[in-house]
Design a protein. Structure first.
Length: 196
């Protein structure tokens, strides 16, 4: 299976048009699991479902031209970024539709980051990750790959081409900073605190 993925990745790098579609078919179950993992953290009753999220991610991945995927972990990391953008765009649309403030925010459970049940608005988390990226891009990538991609530390290390120990140190720092930036962002919006 891994050999087939490697061949498809090579074909994609060579510019073969059907390679991305074939790769998508091979890793479809991985993408479904990733989408299900993301949507499990959401409020019940939201209209975005696993299939829709996978297909939206596929459309983004099929147009991916800013580089090439090195391996399955890198492909899933790019898919995680695509799903993050889809979920954030979905939350923005939901927030725009509810301008009166009568509908609750689009919450996700950040227990993977916080180590405990920790509901947070996905837009606040995204803002926190953007701020974290300004401070240290790799820390933001570690959180994105872990939280949005469900990648294990070993896969993140392989994708970022750093040691496992580096990823573990980054994860420890990034968890604290991303949540801190996210909650500061919310405080700044509501006037209960200030951005630092």
């Amino acid at each position: 299976m891994e050999k087939g993925i490697t061949q498809l990745l090579k074909a994609h790098r060579q510019g073969k048009k059907d390679a991305a579609a074939k790769l998508f078919a091979v890793v479809y179950k991985d993408l479904q699991a990733l989408a299900h993992f993301q949507l499990m953290r959401r409020r019940p009753g939201e209209t975005l479902n696993t299939t829709a999220l996978v297909h939206e991610a596929y459309l983004k991945l099929a147009d991916y031209t800013q580089g090439s995927w090195q391996d399955k972990a890198h492909f899933l990391a790019v898919a995680a970024k695509a799903m993050r953008h889809i979920l954030v765009d979905y939350a923005r649309k939901m927030n725009a539709d509810k301008r009166g403030g009568k509908v609750p925010h689009t919450l996700v459970n950040a227990s993977v980051i916080a180590g405990k049940d920790f509901p947070i608005d996905i837009l606040d988390l995204d803002a926190g990750l953007l701020r974290l990226a300004e401070f240290n891009e790799r820390l933001s990538q570690v959180v994105e790959m872990s939280f949005f991609g469900g990648l294990r530390h070993e896969e993140i290390a392989e994708t970022l081409q750093v040691s496992l120990r580096t990823v573990e140190r980054d994860w420890h720092k990034a968890k604290t900073l991303s949540l801190s930036y996210a909650t500061r962002y919310r405080s700044n919006l509501t006037g209960t605190g200030r951005e630092t």
